[in-house]
Design a protein around this ligand. Structure first.
Ligand SMILES: *[C@@H]1O[C@H](CO)[C@@H](O)[C@H](O)[C@H]1NC(C)=O
Ligand SMILES: *[C@@H]1O[C@H](CO)[C@@H](O)[C@H](O)[C@H]1NC(C)=O
Ligand SMILES: *[C@@H]1O[C@H](CO)[C@@H](O)[C@H](O)[C@H]1NC(C)=O
Ligand SMILES: [Cu+2]
Length: 387
Protein backbone atom coordinates (compact mmCIF):
# COMPACT_ATOMS: atom_id res chain seq x y z
CA UNK A 1 0.00 0.00 0.00
CA UNK A 2 1.94 2.99 1.21
CA UNK A 3 5.20 1.20 0.58
CA UNK A 4 4.45 0.37 -3.03
CA UNK A 5 3.22 3.90 -3.59
CA UNK A 6 6.61 4.98 -2.35
CA UNK A 7 8.37 2.65 -4.74
CA UNK A 8 6.41 4.01 -7.68
CA UNK A 9 7.15 7.53 -6.52
CA UNK A 10 10.83 6.72 -6.50
CA UNK A 11 10.75 5.53 -10.08
CA UNK A 12 8.88 8.58 -11.27
CA UNK A 13 11.02 11.06 -9.43
CA UNK A 14 14.25 9.44 -10.57
CA UNK A 15 13.10 9.37 -14.17
CA UNK A 16 12.17 13.02 -13.79
CA UNK A 17 15.43 14.22 -12.32
CA UNK A 18 18.04 11.71 -13.37
CA UNK A 19 18.38 8.71 -15.58
CA UNK A 20 17.00 5.58 -13.99
CA UNK A 21 19.99 3.69 -12.69
CA UNK A 22 20.35 0.08 -11.67
CA UNK A 23 20.92 0.27 -7.94
CA UNK A 24 17.91 2.59 -7.59
CA UNK A 25 15.82 -0.08 -9.33
CA UNK A 26 17.12 -2.55 -6.74
CA UNK A 27 16.07 -0.07 -4.04
CA UNK A 28 12.56 0.03 -5.48
CA UNK A 29 12.24 -3.75 -5.89
CA UNK A 30 13.71 -4.20 -2.39
CA UNK A 31 11.07 -1.89 -1.00
CA UNK A 32 8.38 -4.06 -2.62
CA UNK A 33 10.01 -7.13 -1.05
CA UNK A 34 9.92 -5.41 2.32
CA UNK A 35 6.25 -4.65 1.86
CA UNK A 36 5.54 -8.31 1.03
CA UNK A 37 7.60 -9.44 3.98
CA UNK A 38 5.63 -7.16 6.30
CA UNK A 39 2.34 -8.40 4.87
CA UNK A 40 3.32 -11.96 5.76
CA UNK A 41 5.09 -11.38 9.06
CA UNK A 42 4.05 -8.00 10.39
CA UNK A 43 6.42 -5.15 11.18
CA UNK A 44 9.25 -6.16 13.54
CA UNK A 45 8.30 -3.29 15.89
CA UNK A 46 4.50 -3.30 15.66
CA UNK A 47 4.08 -1.09 18.71
CA UNK A 48 5.98 1.83 17.28
CA UNK A 49 6.34 1.49 13.53
CA UNK A 50 3.49 1.15 11.07
CA UNK A 51 3.15 1.53 7.35
CA UNK A 52 1.48 4.84 8.02
CA UNK A 53 4.09 6.56 10.18
CA UNK A 54 7.20 5.21 8.48
CA UNK A 55 9.74 7.93 7.69
CA UNK A 56 11.09 8.25 4.17
CA UNK A 57 14.69 9.34 3.77
CA UNK A 58 15.33 11.12 0.47
CA UNK A 59 18.19 12.20 -1.71
CA UNK A 60 19.22 15.80 -0.95
CA UNK A 61 18.20 16.97 -4.43
CA UNK A 62 14.69 15.62 -3.83
CA UNK A 63 14.10 17.95 -0.89
CA UNK A 64 12.49 21.28 -1.64
CA UNK A 65 14.64 24.36 -1.17
CA UNK A 66 12.69 25.20 1.99
CA UNK A 67 13.34 21.69 3.34
CA UNK A 68 17.04 22.03 2.55
CA UNK A 69 17.23 25.38 4.34
CA UNK A 70 15.42 23.85 7.33
CA UNK A 71 18.07 21.09 7.45
CA UNK A 72 20.97 23.55 7.18
CA UNK A 73 19.49 25.63 10.02
CA UNK A 74 19.12 22.50 12.13
CA UNK A 75 22.76 21.48 11.75
CA UNK A 76 23.84 25.02 12.58
CA UNK A 77 21.61 24.81 15.65
CA UNK A 78 23.09 21.51 16.87
CA UNK A 79 26.52 23.01 16.27
CA UNK A 80 25.71 26.02 18.45
CA UNK A 81 24.37 24.09 21.46
CA UNK A 82 26.80 23.40 24.29
CA UNK A 83 28.53 20.05 24.47
CA UNK A 84 27.65 17.52 27.15
CA UNK A 85 31.00 15.78 26.86
CA UNK A 86 32.99 16.32 30.05
CA UNK A 87 36.27 18.19 29.54
CA UNK A 88 38.06 15.21 31.06
CA UNK A 89 36.85 13.09 28.13
CA UNK A 90 37.44 15.63 25.33
CA UNK A 91 38.33 19.19 26.26
CA UNK A 92 38.01 20.20 22.62
CA UNK A 93 34.32 19.25 22.35
CA UNK A 94 32.48 22.58 22.26
CA UNK A 95 29.07 21.71 20.83
CA UNK A 96 26.39 19.07 20.84
CA UNK A 97 27.57 18.41 17.30
CA UNK A 98 31.05 17.69 18.68
CA UNK A 99 29.54 15.16 21.11
CA UNK A 100 28.81 13.02 18.05
CA UNK A 101 32.34 13.44 16.74
CA UNK A 102 33.81 12.34 20.09
CA UNK A 103 31.56 9.27 20.12
CA UNK A 104 32.91 8.25 16.71
CA UNK A 105 36.55 9.02 17.58
CA UNK A 106 36.47 7.00 20.79
CA UNK A 107 34.97 3.95 19.11
CA UNK A 108 36.77 4.08 15.76
CA UNK A 109 38.61 0.79 16.14
CA UNK A 110 35.59 -1.09 17.48
CA UNK A 111 33.09 0.02 14.78
CA UNK A 112 35.06 -0.27 11.51
CA UNK A 113 36.25 -3.45 9.87
CA UNK A 114 34.11 -5.21 12.49
CA UNK A 115 30.86 -7.17 12.70
CA UNK A 116 28.98 -4.10 13.95
CA UNK A 117 30.20 -1.66 11.28
CA UNK A 118 26.88 -1.44 9.42
CA UNK A 119 24.56 -1.60 12.42
CA UNK A 120 26.59 0.75 14.63
CA UNK A 121 26.66 3.43 11.92
CA UNK A 122 22.95 2.86 11.31
CA UNK A 123 22.27 3.62 14.97
CA UNK A 124 24.71 6.55 15.04
CA UNK A 125 23.23 8.46 12.09
CA UNK A 126 19.70 7.70 13.30
CA UNK A 127 20.51 9.30 16.66
CA UNK A 128 21.80 12.38 14.82
CA UNK A 129 18.55 12.53 12.85
CA UNK A 130 16.55 12.36 16.09
CA UNK A 131 18.52 15.18 17.73
CA UNK A 132 18.11 17.42 14.68
CA UNK A 133 14.37 16.85 14.93
CA UNK A 134 13.96 16.87 18.70
CA UNK A 135 16.39 19.62 19.68
CA UNK A 136 16.67 21.76 16.57
CA UNK A 137 13.30 21.94 14.87
CA UNK A 138 14.16 19.88 11.83
CA UNK A 139 10.93 18.72 10.22
CA UNK A 140 12.24 16.18 7.73
CA UNK A 141 14.28 13.00 7.89
CA UNK A 142 17.93 12.26 7.30
CA UNK A 143 18.78 13.10 3.68
CA UNK A 144 21.32 11.01 1.80
CA UNK A 145 23.80 11.73 -0.99
CA UNK A 146 23.46 9.27 -3.85
CA UNK A 147 27.09 8.86 -4.91
CA UNK A 148 26.14 7.51 -8.32
CA UNK A 149 23.97 10.45 -9.34
CA UNK A 150 26.82 12.92 -9.03
CA UNK A 151 30.01 10.93 -9.52
CA UNK A 152 30.93 12.70 -12.77
CA UNK A 153 31.12 16.03 -10.99
CA UNK A 154 30.42 15.92 -7.25
CA UNK A 155 31.40 19.57 -6.87
CA UNK A 156 28.40 20.51 -9.03
CA UNK A 157 25.94 18.40 -7.02
CA UNK A 158 23.20 20.20 -5.11
CA UNK A 159 24.95 19.12 -1.89
CA UNK A 160 28.37 20.61 -2.72
CA UNK A 161 27.65 23.38 -5.24
CA UNK A 162 28.20 26.13 -2.66
CA UNK A 163 24.71 27.59 -3.14
CA UNK A 164 22.55 28.68 -0.20
CA UNK A 165 20.76 25.32 -0.36
CA UNK A 166 23.99 23.29 -0.23
CA UNK A 167 26.16 22.34 2.73
CA UNK A 168 28.87 24.53 1.20
CA UNK A 169 31.22 23.80 -1.66
CA UNK A 170 34.05 21.32 -2.16
CA UNK A 171 36.74 23.66 -0.79
CA UNK A 172 38.54 26.67 -2.24
CA UNK A 173 41.07 25.46 -4.79
CA UNK A 174 44.63 25.28 -3.54
CA UNK A 175 47.13 24.53 -6.35
CA UNK A 176 50.42 22.66 -6.10
CA UNK A 177 49.40 19.86 -3.79
CA UNK A 178 50.62 16.26 -3.59
CA UNK A 179 48.73 13.11 -4.43
CA UNK A 180 47.33 11.11 -1.53
CA UNK A 181 48.47 7.59 -0.76
CA UNK A 182 45.76 5.17 0.33
CA UNK A 183 47.95 2.68 2.15
CA UNK A 184 47.39 -0.99 2.67
CA UNK A 185 48.86 -3.24 5.31
CA UNK A 186 50.62 -5.44 2.75
CA UNK A 187 51.83 -3.08 0.03
CA UNK A 188 52.97 0.55 0.10
CA UNK A 189 50.57 2.67 -1.94
CA UNK A 190 48.26 0.50 -4.03
CA UNK A 191 45.85 3.42 -4.56
CA UNK A 192 47.05 6.94 -5.25
CA UNK A 193 44.49 9.74 -5.47
CA UNK A 194 45.53 12.94 -7.26
CA UNK A 195 44.69 16.22 -5.51
CA UNK A 196 41.00 17.10 -5.77
CA UNK A 197 39.29 20.30 -6.79
CA UNK A 198 39.48 22.08 -3.42
CA UNK A 199 42.04 21.80 -0.67
CA UNK A 200 41.04 24.93 1.27
CA UNK A 201 38.20 26.22 3.41
CA UNK A 202 34.64 25.93 2.11
CA UNK A 203 32.47 28.80 0.91
CA UNK A 204 28.69 28.90 1.20
CA UNK A 205 26.36 28.35 4.17
CA UNK A 206 29.01 26.68 6.35
CA UNK A 207 31.76 29.21 5.59
CA UNK A 208 31.85 30.14 9.29
CA UNK A 209 31.53 26.59 10.62
CA UNK A 210 34.23 25.80 13.16
CA UNK A 211 35.77 22.34 13.31
CA UNK A 212 36.91 21.79 16.90
CA UNK A 213 38.50 18.35 17.12
CA UNK A 214 41.30 16.52 15.35
CA UNK A 215 43.04 16.12 13.02
CA UNK A 216 43.82 12.54 14.00
CA UNK A 217 44.54 10.62 10.82
CA UNK A 218 43.87 13.08 8.03
CA UNK A 219 45.27 12.82 4.52
CA UNK A 220 45.20 16.60 4.11
CA UNK A 221 48.52 18.37 4.38
CA UNK A 222 49.26 21.52 6.36
CA UNK A 223 46.45 21.21 8.92
CA UNK A 224 47.56 22.57 12.28
CA UNK A 225 48.07 19.74 14.74
CA UNK A 226 45.80 19.17 17.70
CA UNK A 227 47.19 20.36 21.04
CA UNK A 228 46.50 16.92 22.52
CA UNK A 229 48.07 13.66 21.37
CA UNK A 230 44.64 11.95 21.26
CA UNK A 231 43.26 14.65 18.93
CA UNK A 232 40.49 15.56 21.38
CA UNK A 233 41.85 18.96 22.39
CA UNK A 234 40.43 22.22 21.04
CA UNK A 235 41.76 23.05 17.60
CA UNK A 236 39.37 25.59 16.03
CA UNK A 237 39.68 25.89 12.25
CA UNK A 238 37.60 26.17 9.11
CA UNK A 239 35.75 23.35 7.45
CA UNK A 240 38.12 22.19 4.73
CA UNK A 241 37.28 19.95 1.77
CA UNK A 242 38.90 18.67 -1.37
CA UNK A 243 36.06 17.19 -3.40
CA UNK A 244 37.44 14.50 -5.69
CA UNK A 245 36.06 13.19 -8.98
CA UNK A 246 38.67 10.43 -8.99
CA UNK A 247 37.39 9.03 -5.70
CA UNK A 248 33.77 9.45 -6.77
CA UNK A 249 34.43 7.31 -9.84
CA UNK A 250 34.75 4.30 -7.51
CA UNK A 251 31.18 4.78 -6.30
CA UNK A 252 29.36 4.96 -9.63
CA UNK A 253 26.22 2.94 -10.23
CA UNK A 254 27.84 -0.19 -11.66
CA UNK A 255 30.12 -0.47 -8.62
CA UNK A 256 27.19 -0.18 -6.19
CA UNK A 257 25.07 -2.59 -8.22
CA UNK A 258 27.86 -5.17 -8.40
CA UNK A 259 28.42 -4.85 -4.65
CA UNK A 260 24.74 -5.56 -4.00
CA UNK A 261 24.33 -8.31 -6.57
CA UNK A 262 27.62 -10.16 -6.06
CA UNK A 263 27.67 -10.29 -2.25
CA UNK A 264 26.01 -13.47 -1.06
CA UNK A 265 26.66 -12.93 2.62
CA UNK A 266 27.10 -9.91 4.82
CA UNK A 267 30.81 -10.55 5.37
CA UNK A 268 31.46 -10.28 1.64
CA UNK A 269 29.20 -7.23 1.45
CA UNK A 270 30.75 -5.31 4.34
CA UNK A 271 34.34 -6.18 3.40
CA UNK A 272 33.87 -5.21 -0.22
CA UNK A 273 32.12 -2.01 0.76
CA UNK A 274 35.05 -1.03 3.00
CA UNK A 275 37.56 -1.74 0.25
CA UNK A 276 40.36 -4.06 -0.68
CA UNK A 277 43.13 -1.50 -0.96
CA UNK A 278 45.91 -4.03 -1.55
CA UNK A 279 44.15 -5.00 -4.77
CA UNK A 280 43.43 -1.42 -5.79
CA UNK A 281 39.73 -1.59 -4.92
CA UNK A 282 38.59 1.46 -2.97
CA UNK A 283 35.07 0.30 -2.06
CA UNK A 284 32.07 2.62 -1.98
CA UNK A 285 32.49 3.45 1.72
CA UNK A 286 36.04 4.72 1.28
CA UNK A 287 35.19 6.26 -2.09
CA UNK A 288 32.47 8.34 -0.45
CA UNK A 289 34.80 9.56 2.28
CA UNK A 290 37.52 10.49 -0.22
CA UNK A 291 34.96 12.18 -2.47
CA UNK A 292 34.43 14.69 0.37
CA UNK A 293 38.09 14.57 1.34
CA UNK A 294 40.07 17.34 2.95
CA UNK A 295 40.94 17.75 6.60
CA UNK A 296 37.96 16.07 8.26
CA UNK A 297 36.53 14.22 5.28
CA UNK A 298 39.62 12.05 4.82
CA UNK A 299 40.19 11.49 8.55
CA UNK A 300 39.34 7.94 9.63
CA UNK A 301 38.59 9.09 13.19
CA UNK A 302 37.43 12.67 12.77
CA UNK A 303 35.34 12.34 9.57
CA UNK A 304 32.04 13.24 11.33
CA UNK A 305 33.49 16.72 11.94
CA UNK A 306 32.31 17.43 8.39
CA UNK A 307 28.47 17.38 8.25
CA UNK A 308 28.80 15.74 4.81
CA UNK A 309 29.61 12.57 6.77
CA UNK A 310 25.94 11.99 7.59
CA UNK A 311 24.87 12.24 3.93
CA UNK A 312 27.51 9.76 2.90
CA UNK A 313 26.72 7.33 5.70
CA UNK A 314 23.01 7.53 4.98
CA UNK A 315 23.85 6.26 1.48
CA UNK A 316 26.04 3.55 3.06
CA UNK A 317 23.04 2.56 5.19
CA UNK A 318 20.75 2.74 2.17
CA UNK A 319 23.06 0.40 0.26
CA UNK A 320 22.97 -2.03 3.21
CA UNK A 321 19.17 -1.72 3.30
CA UNK A 322 18.95 -2.42 -0.44
CA UNK A 323 21.18 -5.47 -0.02
CA UNK A 324 19.14 -6.78 2.92
CA UNK A 325 15.87 -6.28 1.05
CA UNK A 326 16.95 -8.41 -1.91
CA UNK A 327 16.55 -11.54 0.27
CA UNK A 328 15.03 -10.59 3.59
CA UNK A 329 14.52 -14.11 4.95
CA UNK A 330 18.19 -14.97 4.59
CA UNK A 331 19.66 -11.59 5.40
CA UNK A 332 17.59 -10.17 8.23
CA UNK A 333 19.65 -11.86 10.98
CA UNK A 334 23.07 -12.00 9.32
CA UNK A 335 25.98 -10.77 11.43
CA UNK A 336 29.52 -11.76 10.44
CA UNK A 337 33.02 -10.59 11.16
CA UNK A 338 34.87 -10.17 14.44
CA UNK A 339 34.90 -7.47 17.10
CA UNK A 340 38.34 -5.96 16.35
CA UNK A 341 39.37 -3.72 13.44
CA UNK A 342 40.33 -6.05 10.55
CA UNK A 343 40.51 -8.78 13.23
CA UNK A 344 43.66 -7.21 14.76
CA UNK A 345 44.29 -8.50 17.35
CA UNK A 346 42.32 -11.66 16.48
CA UNK A 347 39.00 -11.74 18.32
CA UNK A 348 35.73 -13.62 18.57
CA UNK A 349 32.95 -13.29 15.99
CA UNK A 350 30.33 -10.64 16.60
CA UNK A 351 26.78 -11.79 17.43
CA UNK A 352 23.29 -10.34 17.29
CA UNK A 353 23.50 -9.89 21.08
CA UNK A 354 26.46 -7.52 20.95
CA UNK A 355 25.71 -4.08 22.34
CA UNK A 356 25.77 -0.91 20.24
CA UNK A 357 26.46 2.13 22.36
CA UNK A 358 26.66 5.83 21.60
CA UNK A 359 28.65 6.42 24.74
CA UNK A 360 28.13 8.37 27.95
CA UNK A 361 27.24 11.67 26.25
CA UNK A 362 24.10 10.09 24.85
CA UNK A 363 23.20 7.49 27.43
CA UNK A 364 20.28 9.55 28.77
CA UNK A 365 18.87 10.16 25.30
CA UNK A 366 19.65 6.93 23.48
CA UNK A 367 19.81 3.68 25.39
CA UNK A 368 22.27 1.02 24.37
CA UNK A 369 20.73 -1.42 21.90
CA UNK A 370 21.90 -4.71 20.42
CA UNK A 371 22.86 -5.56 16.86
CA UNK A 372 19.61 -7.55 16.67
CA UNK A 373 17.70 -4.31 17.33
CA UNK A 374 19.50 -2.60 14.45
CA UNK A 375 19.14 -5.22 11.72
CA UNK A 376 15.87 -3.84 10.37
CA UNK A 377 15.11 -0.21 9.53
CA UNK A 378 11.52 -0.89 10.61
CA UNK A 379 12.51 -2.74 13.81
CA UNK A 380 14.16 -1.88 17.11
CA UNK A 381 14.07 1.89 17.62
CA UNK A 382 13.90 2.54 13.87
CA UNK A 383 11.03 3.28 11.54
CA UNK A 384 12.27 4.45 8.17
CA UNK A 385 12.79 3.44 4.58
CA UNK A 386 14.68 5.04 1.72
CA UNK A 387 13.36 6.38 -1.52
C1 LIG B 1 54.59 17.08 -0.93
O1 LIG B 1 55.30 15.98 -0.41
C2 LIG B 1 56.67 16.26 -0.14
C3 LIG B 1 57.38 14.97 0.21
O2 LIG B 1 56.66 14.27 1.21
C4 LIG B 1 56.75 17.31 0.96
O3 LIG B 1 58.08 17.62 1.25
C5 LIG B 1 56.00 18.56 0.51
O4 LIG B 1 55.96 19.49 1.56
C6 LIG B 1 54.59 18.23 0.05
N1 LIG B 1 53.97 19.39 -0.56
C7 LIG B 1 52.90 20.00 -0.05
C8 LIG B 1 52.36 21.14 -0.85
O5 LIG B 1 52.37 19.65 0.98
C1 LIG C 1 30.30 34.59 8.25
O1 LIG C 1 30.65 35.58 9.19
C2 LIG C 1 30.81 36.87 8.60
C3 LIG C 1 31.36 37.80 9.69
O2 LIG C 1 30.59 37.74 10.84
C4 LIG C 1 29.47 37.34 8.05
O3 LIG C 1 29.59 38.59 7.44
C5 LIG C 1 28.98 36.31 7.02
O4 LIG C 1 27.69 36.64 6.58
C6 LIG C 1 28.96 34.91 7.60
N1 LIG C 1 28.69 33.96 6.53
C7 LIG C 1 27.82 32.97 6.65
C8 LIG C 1 27.63 32.12 5.44
O5 LIG C 1 27.22 32.71 7.68
C1 LIG D 1 33.54 -17.02 12.88
O1 LIG D 1 32.69 -16.99 11.75
C2 LIG D 1 33.24 -17.60 10.59
C3 LIG D 1 32.26 -17.41 9.45
O2 LIG D 1 32.00 -16.07 9.25
C4 LIG D 1 33.54 -19.06 10.84
O3 LIG D 1 34.15 -19.61 9.70
C5 LIG D 1 34.45 -19.18 12.05
O4 LIG D 1 34.60 -20.52 12.36
C6 LIG D 1 33.87 -18.44 13.24
N1 LIG D 1 34.84 -18.46 14.33
C7 LIG D 1 34.56 -18.89 15.53
C8 LIG D 1 35.67 -18.84 16.52
O5 LIG D 1 33.46 -19.28 15.85
CU1 LIG E 1 32.72 5.61 10.82
Amino acid sequence: MLFSKLATGVLFSIVGAQKLIEHDKLAASGLRNLEQYIKRNGVPSPGTCTMYNVAVRKEWSMLSKAERRNYIEAIQCIHSKPALTPAAVASGAKSRYDDFVVTHVLQTYSVHGTANFLTWHRYYIWAYEQLLRDECGYKGYLPYYNWAWWYENPGKSPLFDGSDTSISNGGTFVPGRNSTCIPSVEAGCPIVLPPGEGGGCVTGPLANWTVSLGPIQTHAEGIKPNPQADGLGYNPRCLNRDVSKEAAYSSRDEVITALIEDSNDVLTFQNRMQGDFANGYLGVHSAGHYTINGDAGSDFFNSPSDPAFYFHHAQVDRTFWIWQNQDIENRKDQVMGTITFLDQPPSRNGTVDDVLTLGPMFRDTFADITIADALSTVGGPFCYVYE
